[in-house]
Ligand binder design. Structure first.
Ligand code: CA
Length: 235
């Protein structure tokens, strides 16, 4: 299983949007686009992208408004596209929680390098300071974070995007109990009344796919009433 990273581009200039979109698409990223700040907000909530590339000069609102909105519920990494005339906006953007910026005009290699670095460095780091980089292994279980692949005994485990995100999140904090609320926040951004049930259903599927029998603690331990914990190497 190999899942593509989803990248949302919020940019009103058609030529820049298509330039960035084409490069990302050619490099195996899934591209989503929005032309306005309000459209971007909707896409963020409905598509849960892995990364946002944000133009600061949008027709309906300042791009900073998007960052403010995003940071209320989400730690999605944001790369800002700014013109040279927007130097001070760049600082405001970083202060508000943007992860990086690129100054226009920029080239293909610079864009791709920033995207790769930001995806790698910000995976879960906002929550924990842990960099989920490279790979994770626990007994027969192997997670390749760059390819978003999970294997057990060398066999591909077919997980949904959500299931993968949960496994990756738990593994980045292996040995530590993560509460239901903190997992829900990390995976879905905000919680709703059905969130705990949704998490439990995903968890049951994950455990089944990883080959755990009912009641058996294999890789992931269910700390009843509290949350879940990925075992660490010594267990
Ligand atoms: Ca613009």
């Amino acid at each position: 299983m190999s899942n593509k990273y989803k990248i949302l581009i919020i940019e009103d200039e058609a030529n820049i949007q298509s330039f960035v979109g084409t490069i990302l698409d050619a490099n195996n990223y899934q591209v989503l686009t929005a032309r306005t700040c309000s459209q971007g907000k909707l896409m963020l909530s409905s598509h849960l992208p892995d990364l946002v590339i944000l133009d600061l000069g949008l027709p309906d609102a300042d791009g900073l408004e998007f960052i403010r909105f995003a940071r209320e519920t989400s730690s999605v990494p944001i790369i800002v596209l700014s013109a040279r005339t927007q130097e001070s906006d760049k600082v405001s953007a970083l202060d508000l929680g943007a992860n990086d910026y690129i100054t226009k005009p920029f080239g293909t290699e610079e864009l791709l390098a920033r995207v790769r670095a930001t995806l790698r460095n910000s995976r879960y780091s906002a929550e924990s300071g842990v960099l989920a980089e490279g790979s994770f292994s626990l007994h027969d279980l192997m997670i390749d974070y760059d390819k978003r692949m999970v294997t057990v005994n060398g066999n591909d485990i077919k997980l949904t995007q959500t299931e993968y995100n949960i496994v990756a999140y738990l593994s980045a904090h292996s040995g530590k109990v993560l509460t239901y609320a903190s997992i829900i926040r990390a995976i879905w951004g905000a919680s709703d009344p059905g969130s705990t049930k949704k998490l439990q259903v995903n968890m049951a599927n994950i455990r089944k796919k990883l080959g755990a029998k009912p009641g058996e603690n294999k890789y992931i331990i269910n700390e009843l009433g509290v949350g879940y914990r990925m075992c660490d190497e010594n267990e």
